[in-house]
Structure formats: C-alpha cells, structure tokens
Design a protein around this ligand. Structure first.
Ligand SMILES: Nc1nc2c(ncn2[C@@H]2O[C@H](COP(=O)(O)OP(=O)(O)OP(=O)(O)O)[C@@H](O)[C@H]2O)c(=O)[nH]1
Ligand SMILES: [Mg+2]
Length: 258
C-alpha cells in the first residue's frame, strides 16, 4: 500500500532469467502485488520468478511482444484489485527508488497516467546509446503530434504508473502488442481524455541486451503514429462540427439582455 493506494507492479519478461532477480530484489516493500508476465521465454525466467514469494506469475505459451505482455499484466493487476499498476522492465533498467515519484500524481488525483522522462536527466547523453537517444527524440517529437500530448518527452520510456480508473476505460484488446506499444497507449489515453504527466527518472544502461532492432521497429511505429495522428485530426474535425451545430443560429443582440 502506498499513500492509501494498492499498488501492483507489472513486469513484462522475455528471457530475463539473469536480470529478473535483480529487478525483483529492488522493489519497494510497500508494493502489494508483483505480476511477472513470462512472454514465451525459452530460458529459466519462470523458475526464477516464482522464487520470489510476492510474485504472481502469468505465462504466455508463445511470445506476444512487450505490449502484449503488459496488457496481460494490466488485466491481472485489475483482477487482483490494484488501484494503480506500475510497469517496470525485467532488465533492471529502472531505479526502484524512483517509483513513488510516478505514483504520487495518481495518489494526488492530478494524473491518470504518469510516465518516466529520462531525456531531461543531466547524464542522458553520456548514458543512453546514441541510436536510442536520436531515435527517442524523433519518436517523442512525432508522438507529441500524433497523441496531442504536446508537453510530454521520452515517449519510449517504459517506466510508468497507470490508475485502475483509466485502465478500466482503455480498450486493452486494441493496444499494439509490440514495440510501438507506448506510442499507441498514449494515443488511446488521449481518446479517453486521460491526464498524462512526465516525472524525471534516471536513464540506466548496463550489460543488459535490448530486444529492440531499430530497423525492424521503425516502419510499424511510423505507421502507428500516422494512424493516431489521422484519428486525432478526425476527432478534432468531428468536435468542431458538433460545436458548430450546437451553436445558436441567431445570436442575441446586446440590447436583448435582461
Ligand atoms: N525483447 C523483448 N522484450 C520483451 C518481450 N516481451 C516482453 N519483453 C520485456 O520488455 C522489457 C523491455 O525490453 P527491451 O527490449 O529491453 O526494451 P527497452 O528496455 O524498452 O529498450 P532499451 O532502451 O533498448 O533497453 C524487458 O523486461 C523484456 O524482458 C518481447 O517479445 N521481446
Ligand atoms: Mg531494456
């Protein structure tokens, strides 16, 4: 329990037997449930996960992708009665001491979804590999337009907190299951008028192996961004038409007052 909220941590894990124990060991003691989603791993991820007594293990027989794993974790978090679901990668790239920072705006009722922002960190240029840094800046900039959340940075950050209230309203079945998931989630949050804010987090890169293959993720994410941008433009157009239709045809003249 954190400040009155039941917190479930959702950990998507694909072949993370080496780093999952490090991730689990760092989780704060106030976390109520830990949902590890083994996304079709071929190593000992599942065996390692259940060594931790707090873990609720969910397994995909076949790999579905990081977004698919997170959605499974979200559903389980709701079923377990969580008020807030925090996503943490299994590869120990997130500082657990910063988790409370992500949940605070949900507790205080000022946000439905809080995401980490690594790009404002003073060490980001030194720590984040340059391909990630450039790609992240480009995707963040495009995601501002496609989602409409112009104040957000670091669209690709996977360290996030989502309120159960917003989670209930999201079309979980429609979310993109692979690496464009964070971009698609932001677009879907905009469709339900969710309040989204960034909080600073530390970029951490060690000897983990990223599953991201830039040349394979660029086209699907570009397509997702175009689709979200187009949907957003359509919603705005429909909104403007509805407002125009609702406006009174004859405006009262100033002398009519009273
Ligand atoms: N690669 C990969 N990771 C998955 C998959 N399903 C779940 N995951 C987990 O998703 C998390 C993030 O995966 P990474 O490939 O490291 O992506 P990232 O941490 O956002 O990106 P980097 O900055 O490149 O490390 C890890 O905990 C993975 O174990 C999948 O299908 N492929
Ligand atoms: Mg990683």
């Amino acid at each position: 329990m954190y400040r009155g909220l039941r917190v479930a941590v959702v950990i998507p894990a694909h072949n993370e037997a080496r780093l999952l124990p490090v991730t689990l060991a760092g989780l704060p003691s106030w976390v109520d449930r830990v949902v590890v989603v083994d996304d079709g791993s071929t190593d000992a991820t599942a065996e390692v996960a259940v060594r931790d007594a707090r873990v609720d293990l969910q397994r995909h027989a076949l790999n579905r992708g990081v977004g698919g794993a997170i959605v499974t974790g979200y559903r389980r978090a709701l079923a377990l009665g969580a008020d807030c679901a925090v996503v943490v990668g299994a590869d120990a790239q997130m500082d657990p001491s910063e988790m409370s920072r992500l949940i605070d705006p949900v507790v205080e009722g000022v946000a439905d979804y809080v995401k980490g922002d690594r790009l404002g960190h003073p060490a980001v240029r030194r720590v984040m590999p340059w391909v990630r840094l450039v790609g992240n800046h480009a995707l963040s900039w495009l995601t501002k337009f496609s989602s409409g959340y112009g104040h957000l940075r670091d669209s690709q950050c996977g360290y996030t907190a989502l309120s159960a209230r917003a989670l209930h309203r999201l079309p979980l079945d429609d979310l993109y299951p692979r690496y464009g998931f964070p971009n698609d989630l932001l677009a879907k949050l905009a469709e339900i008028d969710a309040r989204v804010v960034d909080r600073p987090v530390t970029p951490i890169y060690g000897d983990e192996r990223s599953g991201i293959r830039p040349w394979r993720v660029v086209l699907p994410i570009a397509w997702l961004l175009c689709r979200s941008g187009w949907r957003r433009a359509w919603r705005q157009r429909q909104g403007a038409r509805t407002a125009a239709l609702a406006a009174p045809e004859i405006l009262p003249s100033p002398g009519d007052a009273g």
